[in-house]
Design a protein around this ligand. Structure first.
Ligand code: UGA
Length: 318
């Protein structure tokens, strides 16, 4: 899809990863249609600010629920690709009463989008899946061939969405790819996620709350590296694999993150250990060889430099 500006639809455009992606697409001259339901999982004012910050004659924002998108509307948007980042996020909040929001946003809305895309031949669908599909894996690093076995209701819905994307590809020949993102961080990170919570606590002189003993390991991935992979998938003229990991290559424990937080902020932040939360896996760690082979992608941002950029952003919010 190379050669000149293109027009794309970004779902979840007002969110953390979506707004970072829209910014990069606009910077390189593309035309962007952003769609977002502005749900209240966290303060929608943050999402509105993300949209307003990116105002441009080349950016059209539509507030709406993707589950209501019909084929005619999608065809009318005349886009070359859909970067499908919309969804109900959060591993630890996906239990009980909340589950309906997860099936709606992660399963039903994805199915509706795929039905609409069937009427728009040639549109590539790039789906944001999650490392949560792996659950408590038996061996690490997990590859795309590792049998997915989610450990949270959230992971089940992301895997269901991923399967929907794959089965429309297999049945209808849709041009799709699903990326499994591993714990993404950086400027704009959601307020419920670890790094924003840790850095906000440091800034405000509060105590950091760690769930469990802090020995859980994550393969944290910088948002700019995720955006690079999404843009590489958008531009690639080759058929892409059905699913690819995007992992940052920094498998570190939450306790090790606290050391980096202290060194980046220069503050001696207090920590309180709280009970482990259901659904939280002991470890994530992915191989990103497939993305390297298919797209020449590899993560470029170290945890120290990425966290320093997130610290600058958190300080600017005060
Ligand atoms: C993140 C995202 O929230 C999911 O939407 C995404 O799908 C998932 O990554 C993924 O990779 O698939 P998570 O790994 O739980 O989920 O990300 P964080 O919220 O940054 O948590 C990282 C670790 O820090 C977890 O073990 C969590 O329990 C811990 N944590 C988080 C704390 O100890 N204290 C906190 O205040 C917040």
């Amino acid at each position: 899809m190379e050669g000149g500006p293109i027009r794309v639809l970004v779902t979840g455009a007002a969110g953390f990863i979506g707004s970072n992606l829209v910014e990069s697409l606009l910077q390189r001259g593309d035309e962007v249609v952003g769609l977002d339901a502005l749900t209240d999982y966290y303060d929608p004012a943050i999402k509105r600010a993300n949209v307003e910050r990116l105002a441009s004659p080349r950016y059209r924002f539509i507030e709406g629920d993707l589950a209501d998108l019909d084929a005619e509307t999608l065809v009318g948007l005349d886009v070359r690709a859909v970067l499908h980042l919309a969804g109900q996020p959060g591993v630890r909040g996906s239990w009980g009463e909340q589950f309906g929001a997860y099936t709606h946003a992660n399963v039903l809305a994805t199915q509706r989008l795929l039905e609409a895309v069937k009427a728009a031949p040639g549109v590539r669908v790039i789906y944001a899946s999650s490392s949560s599909v792996y659950g408590q894996a038996e061996t690490y690093p997990t590859t795309e061939e590792t049998l997915p076995a989610p450990y949270s209701p959230y992971g089940v819905t992301k895997l269901a969405g991923e399967h929907l994307v794959g089965l429309y590809r297999a049945n209808d020949g849709l041009d799709t790819v699903a990326f499994r993102f591993f714990t993404v961080y950086g400027p704009g990170q959601r307020p419920d996620m670890a790094f924003t919570r840790f850095l906000t606590a440091a800034r405000d002189g509060d105590t950091i709350r760690v769930f469990g003993d802090g020995e859980q390991i994550r393969d944290f991935t910088y948002v700019g590296d995720i955006v690079s992979a999404l843009i590489a998938a958008l531009d690639s003229e080759r058929p892409l694999p059905r699913v690819m990991n995007l992992s940052g290559g920094s498998s570190v424990s939450v306790n090790q993150v606290l050391d980096v937080v202290r060194s980046v902020t220069g503050l001696d932040v207090g920590v309180r250990y709280e009970p482990h939360v259901r659904g939280d896996v002991f470890r994530t760690g992915g191989s990103s060889e497939k993305a390297q082979d298919a797209l020449g992608w590899h993560p470029e941002t170290s945890l120290e430099s990425g966290l320093a950029r997130q610290w600058e952003w958190v300080r600017g919010l005060a």
